[in-house]
Design a protein around this ligand. Structure first.
Ligand code: ADP
Ligand code: MG
Length: 303
């Protein structure tokens, strides 16, 4: 189990995290979300022992994770960290980049393992390509495999799909998180993408103004967001009589107490996101049909 106990950290004078505590069980996946600058990357670096804490302690099982004051080499052996800005060896091939992290003792097993890993991130075709010739997204995939190559007990991923295009992102996400679950690798992932969180995380931690403002299952936070920050993470929403109502939870009906005027429609594929006006306030709802601008319609919450 990873245990974070009352940690605080500041870069010189800027206090980034104050009195943060949480636990992650072996094999669990936890996501860290929060606005840009809320300290997600800093938190992952602290878990890895990159900096000395101002206060508090971090443990993996019974072992304390200590910062550079206490360690010559940063990062415990059982842990891997993939930075937002990853570093690879550009002048050797993809296979060699991965192989550099594996033992040479059993050459055949090593090659099989490299092939297996390349499949997880769908890079088999690029096995013998030099890393400097890869795109940003392909490099990110190599960085991911290097991290899982030796099967760490815990992996820290900082926005792991940020450089990967939408064509590949969906399937890569599924195969990476599936692989980590199968191998019982504990995972902490910083992200701003709900698609990394909803289907894959056991828990989600929300950072805001140096604090954890929520730590619960994605489903619980999705169904009952306690504030606008959390609701906005999941989608366009409205506040109706103090309750958060997502745009897709409103539908047009013949008559209701909620009369709005259509202002804008945005094509979203299988639906339109429609911006409407309710007494000077913006309302958002989703609809399969398109409505004329300035038309009056009535909305009702879908149960
Ligand atoms: P996030 O990953 O959530 O975007 P970061 O952890 O990168 O947030 O940054 C948190 C805060 O710490 C920001 O205000 C950022 O400007 C500051 N910060 C990050 N890295 C450093 C650094 N090396 N030195 C000083 N301040 C930093
Ligand atoms: Mg970051």
């Amino acid at each position: 189990m990873l245990q974070v106990k009352n940690i605080s950290f500041s870069y010189k004078k800027t206090s980034v995290l104050k009195d943060i505590s949480f636990k992650v069980n072996q094999g669990e996946h936890v996501s860290i979300i929060g606005e840009s600058g809320s300290g997600k990357s800093t938190l992952l670096k602290l878990l890895y022992g990159t900096y000395d804490l101002n206060d508090g302690q971090i443990f993996w099982k019974d072992e304390e994770i200590l910062g550079p004051k206490h360690n010559l080499v940063i990062g415990p052996e059982y842990m891997k960290y993939v930075a937002q800005e990853f570093e690879l060896m550009p002048f050797i091939t993809v296979a060699e980049n991965i192989g550099a992290f594996l033992s040479n003792f059993y050459p055949e097993e090593k090659q099989n393992r490299i092939d297996e890993l390349l499949e997880v991130v769908e890079l088999s075709h690029f096995k013998n390509t030099k890393v400097k010739e890869l795109s940003g997204g392909q490099k990110q995939r190599v960085a991911l495999i290097r991290a899982i190559a030796k099967q760490p007990e815990i992996i820290l991923l900082d926005e792991p799909f940020s450089h990967i295009d939408n064509f590949k992102k969906q399937s890569l996400r599924r195969s990476l998180f599936k692989h980590l679950k199968e191998k019982n690798i504990t995972c902490v992932v910083a992200t701003h993408d709900k698609h990394d969180v909803l289907p894959f995380s056991d828990n989600m931690i929300v950072l805001h103004e140096t604090k954890i403002i929520a730590n619960d299952t994605p489903q619980q936070l999705y169904e009952e967001p306690q504030n606008k920050l959390i609701a906005s993470f999941f989608g366009e929403f409205n506040v109706i009589e103090g309750v958060f109502v997502y745009a897709h939870q409103l539908k047009v009906v013949n008559k209701s107490d909620l009369k709005v005027i259509i202002k804008q429609s945005y094509f979203k594929g299988h639906y339109y996101l429609i911006e409407a006006d309710l007494d000077g306030e913006k309302m958002f709802f989703e609809s399969e049909s398109l409505y004329d601008k300035n038309k009056e319609v009535f909305l009702e919450k879908v149960l």
